[in-house]
Design a protein around this ligand. Structure first.
Ligand SMILES: *Cc1c(COP(=O)(O)O)cnc(C)c1O
Length: 866
């Protein structure tokens, strides 16, 4: 985008100024004598840091003066990845920095590779938050992210003896040039303690201290912030302990504060229900709300208008304690009456649901919340009582209507019976009277029973003695908008998770299909393809206006353009092949199809099913004659993804992929016809290298389980085919790309419940499926005992029930795989459609998503500096 810039005089002068600045950082900030790559990275990063601070200050001053409505994106996770390349590009200084580093004897590629990922997130949900920040800044929307400054991010995954091992991710080790500490911005956050009436006296207190991570928009002066909170011991309690001469207690308080922000919980799509996690959630939510209120009160005298200036978007249920905390702050701290506070709260909060899977829907025991946050538990009870009272008439009417319908049915049946048995007419009237009286009593109970389905506080279905707070229900009741993250998911939310609430306020439920930032996920991770797109379109405006990508479509028909498109893909494949060799030692051919399956390891994402299809492919090749083998389309099957440390089956899936890789890759008979690779430590940086090299990518979750997926969008934009189910955003990608261009297979979401019911009698096993399982059991890939539970989970109804329906989908998956092979043999057609993928999927830019949030939920307008 700025390639020409370095050749003109002004830019050369700029490059000289940048070089001088980098040198100054090295000499004075780092006091470094050498200029090794890590030093040069740090020096370059601090130099960029200063430019970001300037942009940040100007933006924030401007917003303060104009006082526009802000959105605050509350998220327990932000999966940011590296910053240097992104910041330099967004500032439009990539030419200058590349030139400056060259003049200093370094090179950009080596320098940028020194940066550790900021991995403050698990996967899709955290990465979505990061993409949203980029789009908010790029669209000049006044908006901040709020989160936690974990000292240990997502664990580093390594492989030892064929198994995943987890290593701590101490990402702040070498210092973090991308943050600004704000010792002047501190808020107290209390925990535990006692309640006297409604007056809460916490017994533990920490101080939240702000760190700002500047977020530069692309081609704009706007620079927003991700404000992350660190926890410090409260100086008051600390001092008291010191004054009492209790040094050990003072140190203990420091340890307790440290614990809160120590580590990101490494669970994706499951919740642990640990008290420390609730502590983390409350900690960052409370600090963020206090911070916003304090800034609001600098300009306004009372809080009744807060919702006109602030929307808090809650990313999943993790921050939903905000419903109670905003109430508490308004009532207890700022003296608002509780009705007014509820009015403000429910106009200020909005909630995004990210999952329909029961194990991921947070439900906190009343006991745990009551102990850690007694005042909040009291408020939740009050909110619930009022809520249930407010809907009682609706529920009574509904019950009465249902009863009336039932009675009418029964009466109709009775008439029939009566007609048939006219002789027994005597006692009929008396019996009818009796029945009526009984029904009235019953109806009262029925209303109470029906109300339970709406209750925020509910019985634990597995343990009748425990009451739980359903955090999603709290969020729905406390928000003015609730959204899902893909069209199908937003429908499933309405029918399966919150149907009772939809009855009451259908307009509250919306869809906002996810997106990804085209800066990181196309322009910067695939500069070669970007250059080709820019050349074809005659402009780089597509980086900010993704709808322009549609103009690529005619180029799909141009043979010369296809050749160049293919050459870019080959170059990206060669880069990935070199990386694979580096990391795993395996040599893969760039003449093979690169078939990629990268995402968190989870049974619902069905990496196991892909592994079984590879085992079948392997067996098939082994059984072929040399002549037949010549017709095989060679494949490199690449896997990547972390298994949560306590997720038993997921860890076995990783081990299985590693085992089949070892067997297949060392089988001389198979050679380049099939290679299997597990790339350890899948993270944002790995994704940026892997995705541009993909020709086929796998998004094969059981229909109805993946809320949206976002890597499917990244792959599509980089011209990779999708093999996948009718799930999440795959459906909308199909609508945009044309379903004929995707390899779609498998059962539909609406069939899942029935098929799960029928699983116990399932007989229709595909012989290839059975044979693949038998091969694992035979020990062909080693460790048959270790894989026994995994195999049983999908094939032995006494030990597992194939909950994710691999057996049901396997045959159609194999059919889709055969179509892939057939199409790949026609490289001209394959390339044509690859171009169509990129051209068709501008819709999945997070700029579009954020624009919809801003208009349809937040009512926040752009506020750009002149
Ligand atoms: C995009 C992304 C994800 C999400 O992938 P899905 O396939 O949508 O689950 C997870 N991890 C990383 C590092 C990503 O970049």
């Amino acid at each position: 985008m700025n390639k020409q810039a370095t050749s003109n005089g002004a830019a050369a002068a700029d490059a000289a100024a940048v070089a001088a600045d980098i040198e100054a950082q090295r000499r004075y900030r780092l006091a470094a004598k050498s200029s090794d790559p890590q030093t040069m990275y740090q020096a370059a990063a601090w130099s960029v840091h200063n430019k970001l601070v300037d942009a940040f200050d100007k933006t924030q001053e401007y917003w303060k003066e104009k006082d526009p409505k802000h959105v605050y994106y509350l998220s327990a996770e932000f999966l940011m990845g590296r910053t240097l390349t992104n910041a330099v590009h967004n500032l439009g200084l990539e030419g200058e920095y590349a030139e400056a580093l060259k003049n200093l004897g370094a090179d950009m590629e080596t320098v940028r590779s020194q940066e550790l990922d900021a991995a403050l997130g698990n996967g899709g949900l955290g990465r979505l938050a990061a993409c949203f920040l980029d789009s908010m800044a790029t669209l000049d929307l006044p908006g901040w992210g709020y989160g936690i400054r974990y000292r240990y991010g997502m664990f580093k995954q390594a492989v030892k003896d064929g198994l995943q091992v987890e290593l701590p991710d101490y990402w702040l080790d070498a210092g973090n040039p991308w943050e600004i500490r704000r010792p002047e911005t501190q808020f107290k956050v209390g925990f535990y303690g006692s309640l006297d009436g409604d007056k809460w006296t916490p017994s533990e207190e920490v101080v939240a201290e702000a760190y700002d991570v500047p977020i530069p928009g692309y081609k704009t002066k706007t620079c927003s912030t991700l404000r992350l909170w660190d926890a410090l011991p409260s100086s008051e309690l600390d001092l008291a302990a010191f004054n009492a001469g209790d040094y050990v207690k003072a140190v203990e308080l420091k340890r307790k504060a440290d614990e809160i922000t120590a580590v990101l919980y490494p669970n994706d799509a499951t919740e642990e229900g640990k008290e420390l996690r609730l502590k983390q959630q409350f900690f960052f939510v409370s600090a963020s709300l206090q911070d916003t209120i304090a800034r609001y009160l600098e300009k306004h005298s009372d809080l009744s208008g807060l919702a006109e200036k602030a929307t808090f978007q809650m990313n999943d249920t993790h921050p939903t304690i905000a419903v109670a905390e905003l109430m508490r702050l308004l009532i207890d701290v700022h003296g608002m009456d509780s009705n007014a506070a509820w009015g403000v709260t429910t106009k200020a909060l909005a909630y995004t649901n990210h999952t329909v899977m029961p194990e991921a829907l947070e439900k906190w025991p009343v006991r745990v919340i009551g102990k850690l946050l007694p005042r909040h538990m009291q408020l939740i009870e009050q909110i619930n009582t009022q809520w249930l009272a407010s809907i009682k008439d609706h529920v009574s009417a509904k019950v009465a209507k249902e009863q009336a319908a039932k009675k009418a049915e029964a009466a109709a049946a009775a008439v029939k019976v009566a007609a048939a048995a006219a002789s027994a007419a005597e006692g009929k009237e008396a019996a009818a009277e009796e029945a009526k009286a009984g029904e009235e009593v019953e109806e009262v109970d029925l209303v109470a029973e029906a109300l339970k389905a709406y209750s925020i506080v509910q019985e634990n279905q597995w343990n009748k003695d425990e009451m739980l707070v359903n955090m999603a229900y709290l969020a729905v009741v406390g928000s003015f908008a609730v959204n899902g993250v893909a069209a199908i998911h937003s429908e499933i939310i309405k029918t399966d998770i919150f149907p009772h609430f939809v009855e009451l306020f259908p307009q509250r439920f919306q869809n906002k299909t996810n997106g990804v930032t085209l800066r990181r996920w196309l322009a910067y991770c695939n500069p070669e393809l970007s250059a080709l797109i820019t050349e074809a379109l005659g402009t780089d405006a597509w980086v900010k206006d993704a709808t322009l990508l549609a103009k690529l479509k005619p180029f799909a028909e141009n043979a010369e353009f296809r050749k160049r498109w293919r050459a870019v893909k080959q170059a990206k494949k060669a880069e990935l092949a070199a990386h694979i060799k580096d990391v795993t030692g395996y040599e893969v051919s760039t003449n093979s199809m690169f078939d990629i399956h990268v995402k968190r390891i989870h049974e619902y994402k069905r990496q196991f099913m892909n592994a079984l299809s590879i085992i079948h492919r392997y067996s098939e090749i082994k059984a072929m004659s040399p002549e037949e083998r010549k017709k095989v389309v060679p494949r490199v099957c690449v896997f990547g993804g972390k298994a949560a440390s306590a997720y038993y089956m997921a860890k076995k899936i990783v081990a299985l992929v590693l085992s089949i890789a070892e067997t297949i890759n060392n089988d001389k008979e198979v050679g380049d016809l099939l290679k299997v690779v597990f790339l350890p430590n899948y993270n944002v940086t790995e994704a940026e290298l892997i995705i541009p090299a993909a020709e086929l990518s796998q998004h094969i979750s059981t229909a109805g389980t993946e809320a949206s997926g976002t890597s499917n969008m990244k792959f599509a934009l980089n011209g990779s085919f999708i093999i996948g189910t009718l799930d999440g955003a795959n459906i909308e990608i199909g609508e945009n790309t044309g379903f004929e261009n995707l390899f779609i297979f498998g059962i539909k979401a609406e069939e899942i419940n029935r098929l799960r019911e029928e699983r116990k009698d399932f007989k229709d096993y595909d012989p290839r499926f059975i044979a693949a399982l038998d091969l694992i059991k035979s020990g062909a890939f080693g460790r048959p005992d270790y894989f026994d539970d995994l195999v049983a989970s999908i094939s032995d109804m006494n030990r597992g029930n194939d909950w994710f329906l691999l057996a049901n989908d396997f045959a159609s998956y194999m059919d889709a795989q055969a179509e892939v092979d057939a199409l790949y043999s026609d490289q001209e057609e394959w390339t044509r459609r690859s171009i169509i993928y990129t051209a068709s999927n501008g819709f999945f830019s997070s700029d579009r998503t954020i624009d919809q949030y801003a208009r349809e939920i937040w009512n926040v307008q752009p506020c750009a500096q002149p």
